[in-house]
Design a protein around this ligand. Structure first.
Ligand SMILES: [Zn+2]
Length: 266
């Protein structure tokens, strides 16, 4: 029994019927409605910047931040079948309002609304947006890159999920030193155990950390993380949670990882 089920079972004893926390995690309009409320309470500017399968796509940013405060880039939902990514961004912001106010943030709460609504990795044109950051970017990625023009973040985190994963793991470029991966994965493991595999998705992994030498030519079509690494962020991480765990645990793992990474910024 997973810890989330145990929690639900425990609730049953003491309270009237246990409620699923995320029954509408594929409901994009509901996600945006909740973000609007959080944006208002924190003072984030929320703007549409593109359209995807009939849905407006949004970003959120700090209003008039101090130039000296840490700058953070966060994105989720580029793969629509990874709903803990979108829920975790929302949960992190909702649970850390004072911290969010004290940072310079740029948040893409869901880059693939059509995919989220239909529980699909790709977008409405069957394109994997996370392979579109170098040559011939799809319109939404083009619009996103226009927003990023000239920006440089202290930290960028892309949230993902993996059906094959056996726990949590992350990608960290080998050149980003000192490495933070072990500390972040330890924080994430408070919610879901670390993926024990030594080979994950064809990459060498150690205790849930995949540390790769990132080169311009390693992939013909760049994922978001490679574009961020080379052009927009001092440090870039990709977090992965195992889709077979309960969504409450997957959200908690992502939130713990984001918090740990931000604490590591000097
Ligand atoms: Zn993904």
């Amino acid at each position: 029994m997973t810890s989330s089920k145990l929690k639900l079972a425990a609730n049953k004893k003491t309270e009237a019927p246990a409620q699923l926390l995320y029954p509408r995690s594929h409901d994009y309009p509901f996600l945006i409605k909740r973000w609007r409320a959080i944006a208002k309470s924190i003072g984030l500017r929320m703007r549409p910047f593109a359209e995807s399968g009939g849905y407006p796509v949004y970003y959120l940013e700090s209003q008039s931040p101090q130039p000296s405060v840490p700058s953070i880039y966060l994105s989720g939902g580029i793969h629509g079948d990874e709903p803990a990514s979108t829920e975790a961004l929302l949960a992190w912001a909702a649970n850390n309002r004072d911290l969010v106010r004290s940072l310079r943030v740029l948040i893409f709460p869901c880059l693939n609304p059509w995919g989220l609504m239909h529980n699909k990795r790709c977008n409405e044109d069957d394109i994997d947006l996370n392979r579109g950051y170098r040559e011939n970017p799809p319109p939404i990625v083009q619009a996103q890159l226009a927003i990023l023009q000239g920006l440089r973040f202290d930290l960028a985190i892309n949230l993902h999920e993996d059906y094959d994963a056996q726990g949590v793991y992350l990608y960290e470029p080998v050149s980003s030193k000192p490495h933070w991966g072990e500390k972040i994965i330890e924080a994430m493991s408070s919610a879901i155990p670390v993926d024990p595999r030594r080979n994950i998705d064809g990459h060498k992994a150690k205790a849930g950390v995949i540390r790769r030498r990132v080169t311009m030519d390693m992939m013909p079509n760049w994922p978001e993380a490679i574009a961020l690494h080379f052009h927009y962020a001092k440090r870039t991480f990709t977090f992965e949670t195992a889709s077979e765990y309960g969504i409450e645990d997957r959200v908690a793992a992502h939130v713990a990882g984001i918090s740990a990474a931000i604490r590591l910024i000097e």
